[in-house]
Design a protein around this ligand. Structure first.
Ligand code: ADP
Ligand code: MG
Length: 268
């Protein structure tokens, strides 16, 4: 029997005014995959992540997660359905400590009633969130800064804290928007190891990333967006020989902005 895909995106489109950012986007993500979402700057990657996770509404099409239509659900219901995400530019309350930011991302709270009527549920939920945050902060190498205000973190450490926050809700699908951008190279391998471990434990991953070494090390398949359309779905090793991918990054000089040399070299 065929298992249905975990995520199904069908004919999704999105415009901002006259800017057609996504056009007839179709793809599936199977359970257990680690998929890289690639494309030049401005091709619509973050917008696609936003639409799947409820940060913005689709103009047309359908998004199903585990058989449930999530296309019109608000972000918090999509988290509860089992999708976690990080942001390209993480933003968090500056004065809260790293531990507090992580705990605030917990979804296993018992709500106001438990606190008011003193069922003990709220205290247990807090203890559970603390225990989970402790483990995740250790896994993402943030234990030594857990009591610092989040404003004291470097850009890379904020990315790591973003991953911790996304993991606090035990997602089945984790979508990461440029997780290694600004992260110190020494930490990059730790992120690779953490993501592999999560995948081994059953988590499905979609990763927006420009670093081709990272893509080759981590991803089992890549989807490539070019100006709002999917132009390729292939193994990372096939990217360099895929003419649509090369065209997306190189393009023709008169029609496009020049791509950044490092990225062109990597893909071509
Ligand atoms: P990528 O992540 O691939 O670099 P984005 O999804 O961030 O690309 O952006 C794709 C296009 O959509 C860009 O032209 C960007 O200006 C536009 N865009 C994204 N979000 C908004 C928004 N909230 N309002 C208007 N335009 C937007
Ligand atoms: Mg982006």
């Amino acid at each position: 029997m065929n298992t249905p895909p975990l995520l199904q995106v069908e004919h999704v489109s999105k415009s901002f005014g006259g800017n057609h950012v996504l056009q007839d986007v179709n793809f599936n993500i199977a359970r257990g995959e680690i998929v890289g979402l690639l494309g030049p700057n401005g091709s619509g990657k973050s917008t696609l992540l936003n639409l799947v996770t409820g940060f913005g509404s689709i103009d047309g099409g359908k998004i199903d997660f585990d058989g449930q239509n999530i296309g019109s659900l608000p972000a918090h219901r999509i988290v509860n359905a089992g999708i976690g995400r990080t942001f390209q530019l993480p933003s968090m309350p500056k004065k809260m400590s790293v531990m507090e930011v992580a705990m605030a991302a917990s979804t296993s709270h018992h709500g106001v009633l438990a606190t008011v009527f003193g069922s003990g549920g709220a205290r247990k939920a807090e203890a559970d969130a603390h225990a989970k945050a402790t483990i995740l902060l250790e896994q993402l190498l943030l234990t030594h800064v857990r009591d610092l205000p989040s404003s004291a973190l470097s850009g890379g450490q904020k990315k790591l804290l973003g991953i911790v926050c996304a993991l606090m809700s035990d997602p089945r699908l984790l979508m990461l928007d440029e997780p290694t951008a600004g992260v110190h190279p020494n930490l990059r391998n730790d992120i690779v190891q953490s993501l592999r471990k999560l995948n081994k434990a059953g988590m499905t991953l979609v990763i927006v990333e420009h670093d081709m070494h990272f893509i080759r090390e981590v991803c089992t398949r890549c989807i490539v967006l070019d100006r709002g359309r999917i132009v390729a779905s292939c193994h990372p090793d096939e990217l360099a020989s895929n003419e649509h991918v090369v065209q997306a990054y190189l393009g023709s000089a008169e029609k496009r902005e020049p791509a950044e040399p490092a990225k062109v070299a990597e893909v071509a």
